[in-house]
Design a binder for this molecule. Structure first.
Ligand SMILES: [Zn+2]
Length: 403
């Protein structure tokens, strides 16, 4: 078992008592870890107590519950046919003007009921849980009108309260694209003066996110939306530099946003400015995997101690909910050490995605009891099984669930 410190924001966290030998036990009460100690001692103290269920990990290593800190969980429709257009060389923008892309997902999402969105979200979250995810950041952004954006956030709130599903951290991302029925300028005006006040009034979203990229929301437009969101009491997140370096990273540093994600084309100077400003970088390896793009330069990221997270970016073009698959891409394709990958999906992800009910992403006394039991004595195995769950069971908020 590996025990991480929550201190520090570098990519490689310090490790306290790095390995617990076989023979350690954990006492969980409610949704909290109460005690970590010698297994025999704990069994002597609690073994005959009918209030405590004894779970034998059977020599399997354990790691913290994984945190997916960047997902577009809720949407309807199916854009699988777009793969043919992409393979013909069409760009994201080409596909959008051909009637595909985000607008077709927006149309399908707007025509879904809240019940249908809930059903889709439920199935996806059960799949994520089987892959060890116990907490997930979830963005709206496939409604692009006030009613549907509110519906998406309401559904995420209902899903989050289901004790059989990962807990959710809802983000408002009205600034994902411009809906086809409005001009860009009119939409920005409605984002700031109509959607944002309604979202704040609803009280579910904790953060706002903006797709800051040429052709979507410029640096200046992103700044207006983000500043209004901060004034309204929301935390700030950004999508930056997915297609080119365009100033989003500098804005992230200036505004000291919580996290700036994608960041594939971000220069070293900008990365260092973001680090200096306390901004987390979110790498989303599923996107270059799905799109056939190059991987980010992770050796530079490690050399300069850039703090980062790893997440799925689950969306209609990148339909994976498996963080162990992301881990495999980083370890087996990008030569990143499993410990750095694990930190990015646990302690660092917890920093980038706020929680209301205690410490996540860590196994220590007092933390939320989110624990994955591996089907292997070696914790590194979580990164080596991309095709199926590496976990025998997951303890979700203190509740034991087999896979
Ligand atoms: Zn995204």
């Amino acid at each position: 078992m590996v025990h991480f410190s929550t201190s520090g924001t570098t990519s490689r966290p310090s490790i306290e008592n790095s390995v617990y030998p076989v023979g350690k036990g954990i006492i969980i009460e409610g949704d909290k870890i109460i005690t970590i100690g010698d297994s025999e001692d704990l069994e002597f103290e609690y073994g005959n107590d009918s209030d405590h269920l004894v779970i034998d990990a059977e020599g399997g290593a354990i790691i913290p519950g994984l945190i997916d800190c960047h997902s577009h969980l809720l949407w309807s429709g199916d854009r699988s046919q777009e793969v043919r257009w992409r393979l013909e060389g069409k760009t994201y923008r080409d596909i959008s003007t051909m009637g595909g892309g985000i607008q077709s997902t927006v149309d399908a999402t707007r025509s879904s009921s809240k019940g249908e969105l809930h059903k889709e979200g439920y199935v996806r979250l059960r799949a994520a849980l089987r892959s060890g995810t116990t907490h997930m950041e979830v963005k709206s952004g496939y409604g692009l009108d006030t009613k549907t954006e509110l519906d998406l956030l309401e559904v995420s709130s209902i899903l989050s309260s289901d004790e059989n599903l990962p807990t959710l951290d809802p983000t408002w991302m009205g600034a994902h694209d411009t809906p086809k029925e409005m001009t860009h300028e009119a939409y920005i005006d409605s984002l700031i003066h109509e959607q944002l006040p309604a979202i704040v009034d609803q009280g579910i979203a904790r953060s706002a996110d903006v797709f800051c990229e040429p052709g979507w929301f410029s640096v200046e437009e992103s700044e207006d939306i983000l500043k209004a969101s901060r004034t309204a009491g929301l935390n700030l997140r950004m999508h930056i530099d997915e297609f080119e370096e365009s100033g989003g990273g500098q804005l992230a540093a200036e505004l000291k946003v919580q996290t700036a994600d994608h960041a594939y084309h971000t220069s070293l100077d900008t990365r260092l400015n973001m680090k200096e400003a306390g901004v987390m970088t979110g790498f989303l390896p599923g996107t270059p995997y799905a799109m056939g793009d190059p991987w980010p330069n992770m050796s530079e990221v490690h050399e300069y101690g850039i703090p980062y997270t790893l997440a799925t970016d689950f969306n209609p073009n990148c339909q994976t909910l498996s963080l162990p698959f992301m881990a495999s891409l980083m370890v087996q394709r990008c030569r990143v050490q499993p410990l750095d990958v694990l930190a990015a999906m646990t302690v660092n992800a917890a920093k980038s995605s706020p929680h209301t009910n205690g410490d996540h992403g860590i196994i220590q006394e007092g933390a939320i009891a989110n624990i994955n039991i591996l089907d292997s004595p070696n914790w590194e195995s979580f990164s080596l099984k991309p095709s199926h769950t590496p976990f025998r069971a997951t303890i979700l908020n203190g509740k034991f669930m087999t896979h």
